[in-house]
Design a protein around this ligand. Structure first.
Ligand code: MTE
Ligand code: HPA
Ligand code: MOS
Length: 780
């Protein structure tokens, strides 16, 4: 049976052999034009003039286009506030100002340099503090999440701490930069090939930009070389730039950002500064907590509002908060427009509580794991700060198992002892957790559709709106469909994603790609099976003959449930009651000869969702993917260098569709999260130019940085019956567990502080760690 097996990623071989086709691997077509972007050299101010005269004289220049050339000048997923190109106001450094079209790729840079921009700089807003002072706001939470009586709890509590948790942004660092190739077709149509997580949105953005209707634009996505959220919204304008050139010049057009351009132009994870007050008792039980989450949205709205919402939904982390008040605001600054990034605000909320717990433990001189257990969600049906019950709560069991298998207690005692010695190396250990809410918080996005074609040789082609970015969604859909038909997974091919086959699709995001599209595919499979079962029933009853006769199945495949008396297995269809069987291929052949449909389209929506933001009630999430990690680090007291010595990670992924792929997601997600909180530092000069704009200056984890010992396990959970085949989404949740590396650093530093609180910001780069160590050592 296909589901549950660790079959290889369907592009695995292609990737390692270099045969997989990414956007820029597409062969150049005749007359193809190369597109480049000229960007602002100030972060805030006015665009006075664009002088393109010299550029236009370059022999390879085919045109220079500006904001005027767009029919609709602005784009945006939630609100249309972001100009495709600067019209008059410049709102961030390296904001696209105009587009150049070149005969050759080699001439793009030269042509760009010949475009002269006259800009007038003004003072910008670059920090959350400044934005707050100026009340420069993109979005405020409609209503805070409130439970119990926080003010009362804070007044009465034996202990209180206040503080600010500061966490930086993160560059997506996908291997394939933002890219698009556009082919003009007949009747003004355009065919877009885009590295996009959201083909429908890219289609819409291009259509709006150029004044086309949606039926004139097709967006095709074969795969991405990584997306990580960075191509959910921001692939749209990239395609629009190339599309404008294709439309104007009536030629194919290609825009491939260089890594450096991509890092400067596109948005990143939102930095947050979260101010809190927390009340607790002698045991570390949290009596009340009040928090204001503050994010830096950058220059435009993008997805910032939804991201802020998700931060609110994940502030509680894995801890029950009886008295709680969560408020949030997203500020507008003159930074690049920040966007979706794996976790979607969840990590910034979740990590705040983990930091607070670390502080409480240090304050009380207790083991932080004990404080965590004291506050952990207990019981099968506990209430979150937003009123949804945590059903099927696996957290206590995960905690118990992980503390045991990681030998936490033994190692903690050993670390206590080791850190007394003055070796110049401190060690720290910490456990953190997450219960990541699975569903788009915008309800309408929780839908998908699928097209399944069963061919005469018994093989299947399936198309959905899901986009493959390395996470293995195609492989999982392949397995789901193969399982449904009872055939080998090799007999199923997931086809290139295209808005022509699947429309009105949601982004492949919120970790729900295989949940939604897998469920839609299964629904389509079942529709075909209903027809086949109807036919098999007649065949086994001897009603199907070779005489010319119509076999009306008269069933509406949409509403008829599958007859459990028929099973599809090992390429056969079996009637259980009679033990009669027929090969699927033969049944298909009979179906075709008898003009029975062998294709189906299905629409799926996640049931039961409906969170009311005004009332703060209802069901925000379909279920929660839960997990915890124990990380141990060493900190060099002379350099501040952090090494991750060992990580033990335990996750509840329900019944995994492909444990091998899930393991890859868990390892990759964790390491990406760990990079975010340790070495990945976005560094800007005083003009707000991003200095860390390439692999040489922006430090993502490499193989030496991965934990020296890395134990990944899944916990048995057969109870998730609200998702396809009992599986649970995996894409984002493990990223949140990277926070355990940061809290372990915080724990290590606590050994150098008697009374002072450790005041660590994230990322805990070598410099940050060293400065904090110095501060702690200098003060008593
Ligand atoms: N894994 C790889 N290899 N590359 C990616 O770009 N994106 C992550 C995650 N895992 C990503 C990845 C993000 S942000 C999300 S939301 C999910 O994959 C999306 O895919 P899924 O919904 O199919 O899990
Ligand atoms: N998660 C990820 N992406 C999204 C969401 C979400 O909740 N909402 C809109 N895009
Ligand atoms: Mo993922 S941030 O939801 O694309």
């Amino acid at each position: 049976m296909s589901v549950g097996n660790s079959i290889p990623h369907d592009s695995g071989l292609g990737h390692v052999c270099g045969e997989s086709v990414f956007i820029d691997d597409r062969a150049e077509t005749r007359g193809e034009v190369h597109v480049g972007l000229v960007c602002s050299s100030i972060a805030c101010g006015d665009l006075i003039e664009i002088d393109a005269s010299e550029a236009l004289r370059h022999p390879d220049c085919l045109g220079v286009f500006t904001a005027k050339d767009f029919v609709h000048k602005k784009w945006g997923t939630i609100v249309h506030d972001q100009p495709f190109l600067v019209e008059d106001k410049i709102n961030y450094m390296s904001e696209p100002v105009c587009i150049v079209a070149s005969r050759t790729r080699d001439s793009i840079e030269a042509i760009k340099h010949l475009v002269k921009l006259q800009e007038k700089a003004a003072a910008g807003i670059f920090t959350i503090q400044d934005a707050r002072k100026n009340q420069s706001v993109i979005y405020r939470a409609l209503k805070p999440f409130v439970q119990g009586n926080v003010d009362q709890a804070l007044k009465m509590a034996p202990h209180k701490l206040t503080g600010t948790f500061t966490v930086g942004g993160q560059e997506h660092f996908y291997m394939e930069s933002q890219a698009a190739v556009i082919y003009p077709l007949e009747n003004g149509q355009l065919e877009i090939h885009s590295s996009s997580q959201h083909p429908s949105e890219t289609q819409r953005t291009v259509a709006e930009a150029l004044g086309l209707s949606l039926h004139q634009v097709v967006c095709v996505v074969k795969r991405m070389g990584g997306g990580f959220g960075g191509k959910e919204s921001q692939a749209g304008p990239i395609a629009a730039y190339a599309a404008l050139v294709a439309q104007k010049l009536k030629k194919p057009a290609r825009l491939i950002l260089t890594k450096d351009e991509d890092m400067k132009i596109t948005g990143k994870r939102h930095p947050f500064q979260n101010e809190y007050e927390v009340a607790f008792d002698d045991d570390g039980k949290i009596l009340g907590v009040k928090v204001l989450l503050q994010s830096d949205g950058g220059a435009y709205a993008d997805l910032s509002a939804s991201i802020l919402d998700r931060a609110m939904f994940h502030f509680d982390g894995v801890y029950y908060l009886e008295n709680v008040h969560i408020d949030a605001v997203c500020y507008r600054t003159n930074n690049h427009s920040n966007t979706a990034f794996r976790g979607f605000g969840g990590p910034q909320g979740n990590m705040t509580m983990e930091s607070i717990i670390e502080d409480i433990a240090h304050f009380l001189k207790k083991d932080a794991a004990v404080v965590r257990l004291r506050n952990l969600y207990q019981g099968p049906n506990v209430k979150t700060p937003y009123g949804q019950n945590l059903e099927n709560n696996m957290l206590p069991e995960i905690f118990r198992q992980l503390i045991t298998t990681s030998e936490y207690e033994k190692r903690r005692v050993e670390i206590d002892k080791e850190n007394l010695k003055k070796t110049g190396v401190l060690r720290g250990i910490s456990i953190t957790g997450t219960k990541f809410g699975i569903a788009f918080t915008a309800r309408f996005l929780n839908q998908g559709n699928a097209l399944v074609n069963l061919h005469l040789d018994g093989t299947v082609q399936v198309s959905t709106g899901a986009t493959e970015m390395g996470q293995g969604v195609n492989t999982k859909i392949q397995q789901i469909v193969a399982h449904g038909f009872g055939i080998e997974s090799g007999s199923v091919q997931v086809m290139t994603t295209s808005t022509e086959k699947n429309h009105n699709t949601s982004p492949t995001a919120a970790s729900s790609g295989s949940d939604i599209n897998g469920a839609a595919a299964l629904k389509a499979v079942n529709k075909i099976k209903v027809n086949l079962i109807g036919l098999a029933r007649k065949k086994f009853a001897g009603e199907v003959s070779s005489a010319l006769k119509e076999y009306e199945l008269e069933q509406n495949a949409e509403t008829v449930p599958l007859d459990p008396n028929f099973i599809f297995q090992h390429g056969k269809v079996v009637e259980l009651s009679t033990k009669k069987e027929i090969s699927l291929k033969e049944l298909i052949s009979i179906a075709y000869q008898n003009r029975v449909s062998l294709g189906a389209y299905a629409h799926f929506k996640t049931g039961g969702l409906g969170f009311d933001k005004e009332k703060v009630e209802g069901k925000a999430f379909n279920y929660f993917t839960q997990g915890m990690a124990v990380s141990e680090v060493s900190v060099d007291e002379y350099t501040g260098e952090v090494k991750v010595l060992r990580v033990d990670l335990l996750m509840d992924l329900g019944r995994s569709i492909n444990p091998g792929i899930d393991r890859g997601q868990v390892a990759g997600g964790f390491v990406q999260g760990m990079g975010w909180v340790t070495t990945e530092n976005l560094f800007y000069d005083e003009r707000r130019n991003l200095i860390s704009h390439s692999p040489t200056t922006y430090k993502i984890p490499n193989i030496q940085d991965t934990p020296r010992e890395f134990n990944i396990h899944f916990i048995e959970n057969l109870n998730n019956d609200c998702n396809v085949y009992g599986s649970k989404a995996v894409g984002e949740p493990p990223l949140l567990l990277g926070s355990s590396v940061w809290t372990a650093v915080k724990h290590a530093l606590s050994y150098r502080s008697k009374s002072n609180m450790v005041n660590l910001t994230s990322p805990a780069t070598g410099e940050v760690v060293l400065m904090e160590l110095t501060r702690l050592k200098r003060s008593p």
